[in-house]
Design a protein around this ligand. Sequence first.
Ligand SMILES: Nc1ncnc2c1ncn2[C@@H]1O[C@H](COP(=O)(O)OP(=O)(O)OP(=O)(O)O)[C@@H](O)[C@H]1O
Length: 545
Amino acid sequence: MGDEGNPQTPRRTTRASLSSTPNPKSSTGKLKSCNLLPLTIHDLAYGDESISFNDLISSLPGRRAQIIELLHLLGPLDSPMFPVFLYGGASTGKTSSILQTFKHLKRPFVYCSCITCYNPRILFESVLNQLLLHRRNESNRYSSTKRCERPSDFVNLLQEALHNVVDSLKGNVEKSSSKKSVGRARGEMVYLVFDNLELAREWDKSSNILPFLFKLYDILKMPEVGLIFLSNASPDTYYSDTGYVEPVPVYFPDYTEDELRQILMKNPKNPKLYSSFLGVVLRPFCRVTRRVDELLTAFSSLYQIYCEPLDDLGIVPNEDMKRKLFSHLQPHIGPSLNETFKVESRLSSEASANTNKWKGIAKKVGVSESSNEIDFHMSACAKYLLICAFLASRNPATLDASMFDSTGGSNNKKRKRSSEKSKEKKEIAEQELLLKGPGTFPLERLLAIFQCIVSVSECLPDEEARGDGGLEGESWTNGLLSDVLLELSSLCNANFISKGGSCPLEGANRYRSMVSEAMALKVAKSLKFPLAKGTVATVSNERID
Ligand SMILES: Nc1ncnc2c1ncn2[C@@H]1O[C@H](COP(=O)(O)OP(=O)(O)OP(=O)(O)O)[C@@H](O)[C@H]1O
């Protein structure tokens, strides 16, 4: 049961092996290091056999568009390419997409992640080890084939190694033209893939490693070499000076709830049972994180709990059984959400530690409102907080109760009766607000709106369960407060929300939303949050989902 819903992807093993051994890509995880056969040029390709285009697409639900774009940029066999920059939030499938794409194409490549290659020397040496088909092992005391610390040395050694590889590939193409090419690397090009590039920014403040890597294309001047960069920070955060060809960006957006369902439903042993489990947990968790790895971690233990009342794990649950399983699981959802939320907000506040980056993005977003997508990563929690701040700034506090009542809009009838007068009042309020600009609000109001919006009681399967209090209880609120404050402070640093001086009467600090309506709508759209367009922000009558 532990592997229920766990999509089979090569990433973790691949990444670990890719960085620790020079040439790990022989397929199915059977590394040549196990039997110590010498590496050959064919080991620069990934896997013994290639996978079909259809298998490639179906192995990564939700990434069809990105993979097609990537294939387009890589071009047909042996076509030169401009450097490419894949970016998007953590766990959006960048690494998996690139590795699976190379498995499909069966072209030779070198892969280095800045997680395991954590300084320039290790990165340079890892690239060279792979190109020179050198395996670090006990017999050579795990040493690299070349010691290389300086970029200038790296360039010389790299050029030499690349020429050798390209020559071998050319020879290989000639030899293999008549033979069957199973297990052989295809083409005469070699690609260098640098993953988790955002980490290289922290290596050494005075280091020029990033401009150096981006300049490699100009320095090498080798049409047979393709450069691919992967990062979970957007391109704006890199190219401060433009003395080089900027890589072509490919954006990997966060997964939608539907895409996450498809990913998680890839290999469950009992699809019906797992699907009913996802029906309960996926929506609330999506509000906290859309990271596949975090969801998998949280769901693997929750699913075990969900199945505890069952004797037969092959059962197709009926409605009664689903209710029973849900009641059994319910007390565990809140704490697990809290745990996931804590990890997510810690990670996202670490990611946003560089506030200049955020400020740059905020500025950019302010001017490029034509696009319908937000082109940077923000945790789901930060997005909700941003919307809450927007609503608090645009609406008078008097509207809060009607917008966020706990009945989720079931009092609509009552409201409609007195609608004429309130419509008039609302219009006057709208005009006033338009003149005043976004208003300020105290922290308590923001938190109250946040709690109403993030409250997951509505995801419960029926009214009865909702009556139990859902997840709105104390444990939910208490555990989250410090994390929400952390996110809020990141949003303030990034100037999405401004923190004003304290009010002389109330004594507490007041906040103001700094984002435009267009930006708020984009953020809401990315969460499928029903924020309605209009002068005064409203939550549309649909239920929030
Ligand atoms: N579309 C998908 N289908 C199946 N599994 C996926 C998909 N997207 C991501 N995953 C899984 O999520 C995990 C993270 O994916 P991956 O490493 O490819 O993301 P990433 O964008 O490179 O993340 P990071 O920026 O943290 O390096 C992996 O275990 C991967 O198998």
